[in-house]
Design a protein around this ligand. Structure first.
Ligand code: ZN
Length: 326
């Protein structure tokens, strides 16, 4: 029996170690216990392709909602990420673009596939915070607020084609190889963190869509490996970029809402799979962004276009779950 005790203690230590790999950052909520934020994806083009115009509307909405932070769903710097920590694109595409007072909050970012085409570790380097203290980018991590927990997941390494058919692109897989080990550890880590979570709202953020009727469509690798974990652990929302559009898809098999915010700069007009209707609630093929307002029992997601016009609203309630779209 003593042997079993030692063995269980050993397993406990292992779990602690695995769990500790997902760094946990804490972010306070407002005095009334609520939280608000804006979500942007696929943006860094030195202000071109209407990036600056989207930024101006984000600033306006950010002020109106008095946002607590910003989430970036990745593809932060086009076309090939940052070349190093001294790449001027960091300031030209980020610091000098998102200048509104309301956006001078923490930015929590994941990496997209384009970010992996540069010096991938540059964006993760905390030295960037000396240039702009708003910037926090990690591969996979947790932002813990009192009412909601955000689980940021590094989705690029899941996608086979970047490894098997990279075409002319060169990806920097530093820190990812061996790939199988990296992915299984990440999934295990995420599963443990989701299971342990007591947050009212569980929100997962990645670059690639699980579900999309846009240009790239569903990401089969995420449907196979990530979705079962999200469904088994009562995740409320999965938020992504990658497809340069705004969309909302309801799961047909669980409560998960799939929310795409990838309209930060260059959008893909008309790039939609019109035959894919399953669960699709809203699709907009122009530039824009998303806001979220989260309270104990209710959450509201709003999509905006480049003029700040409201395109779609998602209302979620805890307990009696319902989704209204206007
Ligand atoms: Zn992408």
């Amino acid at each position: 029996m003593a042997g079993l005790g030692v063995w269980l203690a050993f397993i406990g230590v292992c779990f602690l170690n695995v769990s500790a790999l997902l760094q946990r950052l804490e972010h306070p909520v407002k005095a009334d216990g609520s939280l608000s934020l804006v979500v942007i994806g696929d943006w860094g083009r030195k202000g071109t392709y209407n990036q600056s115009e989207v930024s101006a509307q984000m600033g306006r909405v950010g002020a109106k909602l008095n946002i607590d932070f910003v989430i970036s769903t990745g593809d932060n710097f086009y076309d090939d990420g940052l070349s190093g920590v001294d790449d001027p694109a960091f300031e030209l595409s980020f610091s000098k673009i998102y200048t509104a007072k309301s956006l001078q909050k923490q930015w929590y970012s994941v990496l997209g596939n384009h970010d992996y085409r540069g010096d991938v570790e540059a964006q993760l380097n905390t030295i960037l915070q000396k240039i702009d203290p708003r910037w926090i980018c990690q591969r996979s991590f947790i932002v813990d607020t009192e009412i909601a927990e955000f689980f940021f997941v590094d989705t690029t390494p899941f996608v086979d084609k970047y490894f098997l058919k990279p075409k002319d692109h060169k990806y920097d897989w530093t820190g990812v190889l061996p790939r199988d080990k990296y992915l299984s550890k990440l999934l295990k880590d995420l599963e443990i963190a989701l299971k342990d979570s007591t947050a009212k709202w569980k929100i997962v953020v990645g670059h690639h869509p699980v579900r999309s009727i846009g240009h790239h469509g569903d990401t089969q690798e995420l449907i196979r490996h990530l979705l079962p974990i999200l469904e088994a652990n009562d995740v409320d929302m999965y938020i992504n970029g990658h497809d340069h559009c705004l969309e909302h898809i309801s799961s047909t098999s669980s409560q998960i809402q799939f929310l795409t915010s990838g309209g930060g700069s260059k959008a893909w007009k008309g790039d939609i799979d019109k035959n894919r209707k399953d669960g699709a609630k809203f699709y907009y093929d122009g530039q824009g962004f998303m806001s979220m307002e989260i309270e104990e029992s209710n959450a509201k997601v709003v999509y905006y276009d480049i003029f700040g016009k409201v395109l779609h609203v998602v209302n979620l309630s805890k307990g009696l779950r319902s989704v209204y779209a206007t």
